[in-house]
Design a protein around this ligand. Structure first.
Ligand code: UDP
Ligand code: MG
Length: 332
């Protein structure tokens, strides 16, 4: 923090001490996007106040992403290549990047230019004004399909109803975080990390900038419907135990209904005698009840499974190597 404030004040001096800003980019089979993304970042960064490092996390790509990264000589920014030992998923790749980042401010962004680096200047200005977190909010998601937008809206609604932390709508991982926030995130012990939730959980003084999310530059999305569904489950189970608790009330409701129905049967039997037929209603009720029980077990299983995986305490990712490339000369 002290280095940071010195840098700002002495910017007019002959050799200003600049703050370091880290940009974290997870790469999973993004060979076609590496050059364009690094170039765009080099074009957008400002060197009067800041030094820049890009932490490129290669998340077990099976294409030439790593080779392209290693061959690239980005202008204006130094490049740290963190090579994970296999594909651990975006959440883990981001965690690896956060762990490696040295900057006073840290900004994760996607490799496909869907998080435009042009916003960096505006985000840094807000940071300098005393905000610890600057969220980039998508005001226009028309680059996403209708189904994705609909399911995303439903997801945010559900998770915000169920969990105590407010996870902001239409905000991805693209955000600026002060060093203090990053330190908090790195100190969290959990190994299964739902980053959007953890970011929100950390809190701090937060503000927002708006942007229109462009289409993915090249390549295809790495998140299929099934992967997104699992991410959503992960998010809900890591930030809420409401799905567990609700079974108390469902159980109570069903018990009450059964009791009332039992009373009804006793009374009708007393009044009209035993009514032998009734196979259909009995069967359907039994099926309904066992379905309900199965659902309850399933929810329980989700949480027991999480606890089990968490209790193994395995690291969220494994780093194969970290390589550092110095910044090329600033041009202009
Ligand atoms: N990504 C990753 N590991 C994965 C999947 C994705 O590091 O297992 C990266 C990917 O390379 C990209 C970012 O996460 O930089 C976002 O992925 P994508 O653009 O496919 O997601 P979408 O924008 O479609 O939500
Ligand atoms: Mg994308």
């Amino acid at each position: 923090m002290s280095i940071a404030s010195e840098g700002l004040q002495s910017s007019t001096a002959s050799k200003p001490q600049r703050k370091l800003v880290s940009i974290i980019i997870p790469f999973y089979n993004e060979e076609d996007n590496v050059a364009a993304t690094l170039e765009e970042i080099g074009r957008c960064v400002n060197h009067d106040l800041y030094d820049w490092e890009v932490i490129a996390v290669n998340d077990g790509s099976s294409d030439a992403t790593l080779a392209v990264l290693e061959a690239s000589r980005p202008h204006n920014v130094s490049l740290v290549i963190v090579d994970l030992s296999r594909n651990f998923g975006k959440e883990a790749a981001l965690s690896a990047g956060l762990e490696q980042a040295r900057g006073a401010a840290v900004i994760p962004l996607d490799a496909d230019l869907q998080d435009p680096p042009e916003l960096l200047a505006e985000m840094l200005a807000l940071w300098e004004n005393g905000h610890d977190v600057v969220l980039a909010k998508r005001i226009d998601r028309s680059s996403d399909g209708a189904l994705k937008r609909m399911t995303a809206r439903a997801f945010y609604k559900v998770i915000n109803r169920l969990s105590d932390v407010e996870i902001p709508n239409d905000v991805g991982d693209f955000r600026l975080m002060d060093r203090r926030v990053v330190d908090v995130l790195c100190s969290l012990p959990e190994t299964r990390r739902f980053m959007k939730g953890l970011f929100a959980w950390a809190g701090f003084r937060t503000t927002t900038v708006n942007y229109t999310r462009p289409e993915r530059a090249l390549g295809t999305t790495k998140f299929s419907g099934w992967k997104l569904w699992n991410l959503a489950l992960e998010g809900i189970t890591s930030f809420s135990i409401a799905p567990l608790k609700i079974w108390t009330y469902i159980g109570f409701g069903v018990a009450l209904l059964s009791f009332m129905y039992g009373g009804f049967i006793v009374i009708t039997t007393l009044m009209f005698g035993a009514d032998v037929p009734g196979y259909a209603s009995l069967a359907s009720m039994m099926l309904f009840m066992s379905g309900l029980q199965m659902m309850g077990l399933g929810v329980l299983g989700e949480y027991v499974g999480r606890t089990y995986l968490e209790s193994k305490n395995r690291p969220p990712y494994v780093i194969r190597s970290v390589r550092n490339r110095k910044a090329q000369k600033h041009d202009g």
